[in-house]
Design a protein around this ligand. Structure first.
Ligand code: MEV
Length: 327
């Protein structure tokens, strides 16, 4: 066993198909240049102690999962996937050892950028490396997905997939992962509404709307699938104008199933009015972040317009590197 191990994994934006992907529709997702970094060290006892600077939380899990807070109260649900990720790797290796797990992340939490999945992926890789296992990316993805099931019970897996493999992916829950060739610079502005949202709640809301209006929602999701397929072609052709149109259409479909709100609409419209080629929710909606596609020369104008509309803008770029052992 090593004395210390470190791994990092990227955040993501969903370009097309959030929510629909839960129902086995196609999603297109891109890793971005914000990372979570996890450092692990073995302990002399059997405790798993997790410290997170970004969440402002620290806590201690006994080997069988009882939780004791160190900093930040009994909010263990946010640390639990990290514990599960570490524990799954320990179980796979047949090791019974305590761990100190330290998380440093640049990814805003609960904003739709997949911070939880990035931390689960980085933890899985760091613990695997600590134990000198040679986990493949497919192994890391599967183990991290198990951990994500604790945060919301029916995750499509798109978040841990892109955090593991990086780049731009076409993802279908039942049918694997395809890396896309993108023949364009994809200049994106993120707009954080600063409204904390809850993925589990939004996914439940969509399942309720689908239960009430099954044909309508199936129709909407079918159109979402057409949009995602056209987007694959537009990405390959480097056709930003078409991509922008398709993003606006995808946003309208998400609006139709009730996952937008006033804070989101304010930022989407601020971006469009400043000349964005397209703007939409990214992730679960109900707050969190929007993304706006812009010509590079107009990025700062779009960002400023989002700021004036009460959002927190951030210019992001594609990250081709997925999970990475840092040492
Ligand atoms: C969350 O990043 C994306 C959702 O589609 C949920 C999921 O795919 O598990 C809303």
């Amino acid at each position: 066993m090593r004395e210390i191990s470190r791994a990092s994994a990227p955040a993501k934006v969903i370009l097309f198909g959030e929510h629909f992907v839960v129902y086995d529709r196609l999603a297109i997702v891109m890793a971005i240049d914000l990372r979570a970094c996890v450092t692990v060290k073995p302990r002399g006892d059997k405790k798993i102690i997790i410290r997170s600077n970004t969440m402002g939380l620290s806590g201690e899990f006994s080997f069988n999962g009882d939780y004791k807070p160190i900093l930040g109260g009994f909010e263990c649900i946010r640390l639990k996937p990290i514990y599960i990720a570490a524990k799954n790797v320990l179980n796979l290796a047949g090791e019974v050892v305590g761990l100190d797990i330290n998380i440093e992340s640049e990814i805003p939490v609960a904003s739709g950028l997949g911070s939880s999945a990035a931390v689960s992926v980085a933890t899985t890789a760091a613990v695997g490396n600590l134990l000198e296992m040679s986990l493949s990316k497919d192994d890391i993805f599967k183990l991290a997905l198990e951990a994500e099931r604790v945060v919301h019970e029916n995750p499509s897996g798109v978040d841990p997939a892109v955090s593991t493999y990086g780049g731009v992916l076409a993802y279908r829950r039942s049918g694997g992962i395809m890396r896309l060739k993108v023949n364009a610079d994809l200049p994106l502005v993120l707009g954080d509404t600063r409204v904390i949202r809850d993925t589990r709640k939004m996914v439940l809301h969509v399942s309720e709307i689908k239960r009430l209006y099954p044909e309508v929602v199936d129709g909407i999701m079918g159109v979402g699938e057409l949009v995602a397929n056209l987007a694959i072609k537009a990405l390959e052709d480097g056709d930003l104008i078409t991509l922008g149109h398709l993003m606006n259409i995808n946003h309208a479909l998400l609006y139709a199933i009730g996952v937008s709100n006033l804070a989101v609409e304010r930022l989407v419209w601020a971006a469009r009015q400043a000349g964005a080629l397209g703007a939409k929710i990214t992730g679960a909606g109900g707050g969190g972040c929007i993304i706006a596609l812009s010509l590079r020369e107009n990025l700062y104008h779009v960002a400023e317009s989002i700021r004036v509309a009460d959002g927190n803008p951030l210019i992001v770029n594609m990250a081709s590197m997925g999970v990475k052992i840092e040492g």
